[in-house]
Design a protein around this ligand. Structure first.
Ligand code: HEM
Length: 252
């Protein structure tokens, strides 16, 4: 029974990680591509919208946030249970598999940022939105903070959609596209790739949090988040930029 060996267990954790990741990112796309446009199409049917938030979005958000944490924990567990993973990672920095290491570093960085967005921005603000919907349905007063909370969650959710294309490419690519031997003399190039990716990721993250000019719809920097189409275009551009850089800097 392969599964009871260290390699088998590592493969099992990897498979569970991918399964949880699919659940998480699948729900992220559901929110961005289906739920947000559908709720907007309700127009001013306040009651229908509040029922949908209370009964449907509440459930979707439960699976979404727990799938994100399970994905994160299992991803980190892969490192813990895979034979010599960290040892190889550290020694690669002085030998020849920098392409794999750079790719998984960037994939994980984006994944961890996305999980932080889920818990620290999206869920934090959606709690206000959910509480407001339940309260209004029960005959209470609308919370004046709910629309702004919903907007903050939306910006982070669209930012996660933007990150997701590149995250998945480098996550999968670490083992499958960037595994080839990489000249040790190119360490500088690998570091250049990682640093550029970190800087771009940090700028986008700060932007979606409104730290580069606020969260108002008049802020031109927030163009990537004003529709799911804009988010997909931005995600595509980010992917192309990182992909081209990786071709130049990570391939021998
Ligand atoms: C949240 C943070 C995440 C962390 C810390 C993480 C960590 C990892 C690690 C360490 C690996 C092994 C890479 C290697 O072979 O060297 C991996 C592989 C992988 N991860 Fe993630 N991951 C995260 C998020 C995600 C998400 C959201 C998905 C979406 C589906 C995902 C899908 C995958 C896939 C498909 C593989 C490749 C499995 C293989 O080909 O062996 N990961 N991840």
């Amino acid at each position: 029974m392969e599964i009871f060996t260290q390699d088998g267990f590592s493969q099992f954790v990897r498979a569970l990680h991918v399964l949880a990741g699919i659940a998480w990112i699948g729900l992220l796309y559901y929110f961005n591509l289906v739920q947000v446009p559908a709720f907007a199409a309700y127009g001013d049917e306040g009651k229908a919208r509040n029922i949908s938030i209370d009964k449907l979005a509440r459930r979707a958000l439960w699976w979404f946030r727990w799938a994100s944490i399970v994905t994160l924990v299992l991803g980190l567990l892969i490192i813990g249970v895979t034979k010599d993973y960290m040892q190889d990672f550290m020694s690669d920095l002085a030998t020849n598999d920098l392409a794999h290491d750079s790719a998984i570093f960037v994939g994980m960085l984006l994944g961890i940022l996305m999980a932080a967005n889920v818990w620290m921005v999206i869920w934090k603000n959606q709690r206000t939105v959910l509480a407001n919907a339940a309260n209004v349905l029960g005959g209470g007063e609308a919370d004046p903070n709910a629309p702004a909370a919903g907007r903050r969650a939306l910006l982070a959710s669209r930012q996660n959609m933007i990150f997701s294309f590149s995250m998945l490419w480098f996550m999968v690519g670490s083992a499958h596209f960037y595994g080839g031997a990489f000249d040790v003399d190119s360490a500088g190039k690998a570091w250049t790739f990682v640093i550029i990716a970190v800087v771009i990721g940090a700028i986008l993250e700060l932007n979606c949090l409104g730290k580069l000019g606020g969260t108002a719809a008049t802020n031109k920097l927030l163009w990537p988040y004003e529709s799911h189409k804009n988010a997909m275009i931005t995600g595509g551009v980010l992917f192309v930029v990182l992909y081209v850089l990786s071709e130049i800097l990570l391939k021998a």
